[in-house]
Design a protein around this ligand. Structure first.
Ligand SMILES: [Zn+2]
Length: 118
């Protein structure tokens, strides 16, 4: 397995969590607005839904920040967060995979497409 394949598996998993979290935040807001208009009462559960969504988003963000070059250990999170690399706004919506036009680490030039040991 190459490093790229390894990372893409992680990205795929985080992306699912992130989309679900985003859905929860939106759902929470919709509930807050819709229900407040009807009942004008304190809707604690919509706040809980939003909070869970925000925690999920934060978890994804923290996990992506931990993605490091296997060779030099420098963070590669910018490849996913920076829209000029990832082509999406990674902090809100992760790309599907490690950008395919990036082939090696910007710091040590270790290739992402070499087979990993073990
Ligand atoms: Zn490196």
């Amino acid at each position: 397995m190459t490093y790229r394949e390894n990372i893409n598996i992680l990205i795929k998993r985080l992306r699912r969590i992130q989309l679900f979290s985003l859905f929860l935040v939106l759902l929470g807001f919709v509930l807050t607005v819709a229900v407040l208009n009807v009942y004008e009462s304190d809707q604690w559960y919509s706040k809980v839904i939003i909070l869970i969504g925000i925690i999920g988003e934060y978890y994804c963000w923290a996990k992506v920040r931990q993605i490091k070059c296997p060779q030099c250990g420098k963070s590669l999170g910018y490849l996913l967060f920076d829209p000029s690399y990832s082509k999406t706004n990674g902090a809100i919506h992760l790309p599907k995979e490690l950008p395919c036009d990036i082939h090696c680490c910007a710091y040590c030039k270790a290739s992402f497409d070499d087979e990993m040991d073990g």
